[in-house]
Design a protein around this ligand. Sequence first.
Ligand code: ADP
Length: 477
Amino acid sequence: MKVLIAASECIPYAKTGGLADVIGALLRALRSLDVDARVIMPLYRGIKTRFGPKPTGDTVSIPLGNKVYQGNLFALNDEALFVECPEFFDRKELYGTALGEFEDNAFRYVFFSRAVLSFCSLLQYRPDIVHANDWQAALVPLYMKTLYSKAFGNIPSLFTIHNLGYQGIYPASSMTLTGLPQDFFSPRLLEFYGLVNFMKAGIISADAVTTVSPRYASETLMPEYGFGLEGVLAEKGKAYKGILNGVDYSSWNPSDDALLQATYDRNSLQGKQLCKMSLVEQCGFSNPEAPVIGMVGRLAAQKGIDLFMEAAPELFSNGLNAVILGRGDTVIQDDLKRLAREFPGQFSLNLKFNEEFAHLIYAGSDMLMMPSRYEPCGLSQLIAMRYGTVPVARATGGLVDTVDDYDHLKKKGSGFLFTGFHPSAFVECMKRALSVYTSKRQWTLLVKECMGKDYSWENSASEYLNMYQKLVQSENK
Ligand code: ADP
């Protein structure tokens, strides 16, 4: 089976968050199941020099409004295709800066979505299914049924929502960029309260829609989590479901992690202690014995960092050390900087994107916090568990599907969950975690329980493959 995956990021080529991990791992897992899967993504700055994709010599011209833009195709190892257009993609960042998203993002991803299908037509490459991801590629399923229906009209499409909080919403005037007739600006397609909504078009046009955990799939049918698209998702009926993400254990494996000072596994945890010492030293914590809670992630409202900040004084008075690695919203960054000045020696703030330090935090921390407002799946908690770092998380989305709340009577679980989005709920949950932490024996059992969990990609990839097969079969009926 030939599968074309269209996405705006994919490890190892470019990454801002979980989407890149998921696309890269899915691609590899499908290929190991003998599926002829390829990813197509923009050629961002640095990809050419770091990975050396070769130009295929193919060029397409895409009209956007009253200008025509040229795209060149690059390919790497039969598995990755890159769309080059320096004007749009040769930038330091993928989507924007700390001050906000790039003003021409609608141009950039309309261009990308059309280029995907233009190149396939030009190359006469006919996949059995097209799998489009998130708002940046959401117009692909719509274009397959409209401007590119000659070549793609009877090829099924799957659209995956990795985060409903980012829909690609632009002014009504962006309709002219799409090249689609003005009557597509209707609530049944692209219109969303007087604006253009890329993700809505993807959901409506795709033959099936998935999101990244079963729990998030049911949550997004409710107004609280649906960001206005709950009705559109409900209309998909059985064609909308959740497939849980996995973790690529070849990149995230504490017993074979070249980025760590010491490796370890479930049966010998000394290496974890050495990683903690190294983390404590790098963070400058004044009490090296204190429990350490870490966080690695985008600094966005979604992640509930405000809850941590409100809870922080009480957490620090309980003797906790905390380390955050992340980049994002300037207001959150500034608030965190103030907190770091207030609690030197207990709070380490690292405003950067750094793969190596992320590995050290996952390995060297005792706990990982995820007080998220909402969380489609969450990869951080899955990675943390593999490294024996116990999640303390809000019971939402994929966190509910992947973390078993610790039962203090049965002494069983794989983390600590709280429900209400209040600092007091978070503090109470932390206190529960700390009460177990004081018993070295119980804590070690909990650490081992976490490390034994299997969230590998094999299961998720077979679910995607089933979905592809069903869609292809129903198209051929
Ligand atoms: P999201 O997709 O919402 O960003 P996830 O938890 O699903 O959140 O995935 C985040 C991924 O990005 C994880 O692999 C995490 O380790 C990584 N990550 C996020 N921020 C950073 C950072 N500043 N430095 C290194 N890795 C990061």
